[in-house]
Design a protein around this ligand. Structure first.
Ligand SMILES: Cc1ncc(COP(=O)(O)O)c(C=O)c1O
Length: 451
């Protein structure tokens, strides 16, 4: 049955619910195929994927080695219950221990479930209840993970899960303490100690943070943030849970973003880049002391699809691609080029307030005016200018994730220089148009102020 793209979209709209959308305004694109950093829509348009779908398609669309591993596992054994041992499950656990420096992995279906289980494990292991998280964070959409998030998407589920305590973020461009990184006293860490004391440190099981905050602004912390946070957790016997769902597996050029800062978390959660999205899979990886604890204590957790053999086989192949095809080297080289281009955009355009990046994980923060830093769209909102910018990029078939006043550039890690340059050139044109539109407003304000 040959159906038109329009019919397929209509059927999706009629019979399925789309995430984070008022259903009447959902406008899904029909995607038909993908290859590397490209995908095609139902009208035959070729798009450059500057968002790696949902910042997860790290090895790009249709990598033959991952496809082959999935097909082989499907033919051999498509499913085994979570109580069975399989070869891909063991191989993957061993590899994850090696790359994280931790001990044992528990498998889930995605990032939210990984964080749910990480919090449960931390509570069981420490016998404490409270979890400290940050305001500008996203840990997933299930009830506990959503409550743990600071992201405004948590508001509708409140009161959610009890005993989540939120703290401020290392957001140097808009420091919540009004400081500058060169002269501050890292209040972004020291205020956490004060909060721990007010909350009774002996009641706090864990601090859970994103390795590098992703969808809440791509906040790259100062170099000594993590060593200080690690020391603070150690001082009070509090576990450090590192949510690497978005920032992990090569996105920043290392297995984990926190590896840039020389610390080791007690628990790591991951998903997205674990299989590059080819199969659903998440994982909670725990340190040796935690793993030892569960040798003679019950692990209160389970999922029908935990350790799914096809997902594990996809992950084993995907991790091998990272290593054997020197993907992290490409992230370093192309990340350096991206950094230069972003800094140039910041110097050139009034509307670019800040650029933040690590490897191929980056964001452009847009403002109405560089001096006042007034955001181009409010927190948890949008603006006609942001909508127009997104519309322009769409018209050029550049697929970019944008939210509030920010634009993320997070392409597949296999991207070539020419592909990266092509996408950034389009963004540069869009920013020139935006600056042109904002300029008359700015000039008017200057004239008004000088009267
Ligand atoms: C940092 C982080 N943690 C957790 C999640 C949730 O992962 P999932 O959507 O696989 O449940 C996400 C998703 O974007 C994320 O970015």
């Amino acid at each position: 049955m040959n159906r038109t793209s329009k019919e397929i979209v209509q059927e999706n709209r009629d019979y399925t619910l789309f995430s984070w959308s008022v259903q009447g305004t959902a406008n899904p694109m029909h995607i038909t195929r993908g290859q590397g950093v490209w995908f095609w829509d139902g009208d035959g348009n070729q798009w450059l994927d500057f968002s790696s779908q949902l910042i997860n398609l790290n090895v790009g669309h249709q990598h033959p080695r991952v496809l082959e591993a999935i097909k082989k596992q499907v033919d051999e054994l498509c499913f085994a219950g979570p109580g069975f041992a399989t070869e891909p499950r063991g191989l993957l656990g061993k590899k994850l221990a090696e790359v994280t420096g931790l001990a044992k992995a528990f498998f889930t279906l995605g990032g939210a479930e990984a964080n749910e289980n990480a919090m449960k494990i931390a509570r069981t292991y420490t016998g404490r209840d409270k979890i400290i998280t940050r305001y500008r964070s996203y840990h997933g959409a299930t009830m506990g993970a959503m409550t743990a998030s600071g992201d405004p998407r948590r508001w509708p589920v409140e009161p959610g899960m009890p005993n989540i305590i939120r703290v401020f973020d290392p957001y140097c461009y808009r420091c919540p303490f009004g400081k500058e990184p060169s002269s501050c006293r890292r209040e972004c860490v020291s205020h956490i100690e004060e909060i721990m004391q007010m909350e009774d440190p002996k009641s706090i099981a864990a601090v859970m943070v994103e390795g590098i905050t992703g969808s809440n602004g791509l906040l790259v912390p100062p170099d000594d943030y993590y060593p200080k946070l690690r020391a603070l957790c150690d001082k009070y016997g509090i576990l450090l849970i590192d949510d690497e769902v978005m920032s992990g597996f090569g996105r920043t050029g290392k297995w984990l973003a926190t590896q840039h800062y020389g610390i080791r978390p007690d628990i790591v959660t991951c998903a997205k880049g674990l299989t590059s999205g080819y199969m659903p899979l998440g994982s909670v990886i725990v340190s040796a002391p935690i793993a030892d604890y569960f040798e003679n204590h019950m692990l209160w957790g389970g999922l029908t699809y935990s350790g799914h053999p096809v997902s594990c086989a996809a992950a084993v192949a995907n991790l091998a691609v990272y290593e054997e095809e020197q993907i992290f080297q490409n992230v370093e080289t192309e990340g350096a080029y991206l950094a230069n281009r972003l800094e140039a955009l910041k110097s050139k355009f009034q509307c670019v307030g800040d650029v933040r990046y690590k490897g191929l994980f980056s964001v452009i923060e847009l403002v109405r005016d560089k001096a006042t830093k007034e955001p181009l769209a409010p927190f948890n909102g949008t603006s006609p200018e942001m909508a127009k910018l997104a519309g322009y990029l769409k018209s050029k078939h550049l697929y970019v994730f944008s939210r509030f006043n920010m634009l993320w550039i997070c392409p597949p890690l296999i991207i070539t220089r020419a592909e990266l340059a092509k996408g950034i050139d389009i963004i540069e044109d869009a920013l020139a148009l935006l600056d042109g539109e904002l300029k008359p407003v700015l000039e008017e304000e200057v004239i008004h102020a000088s009267r």
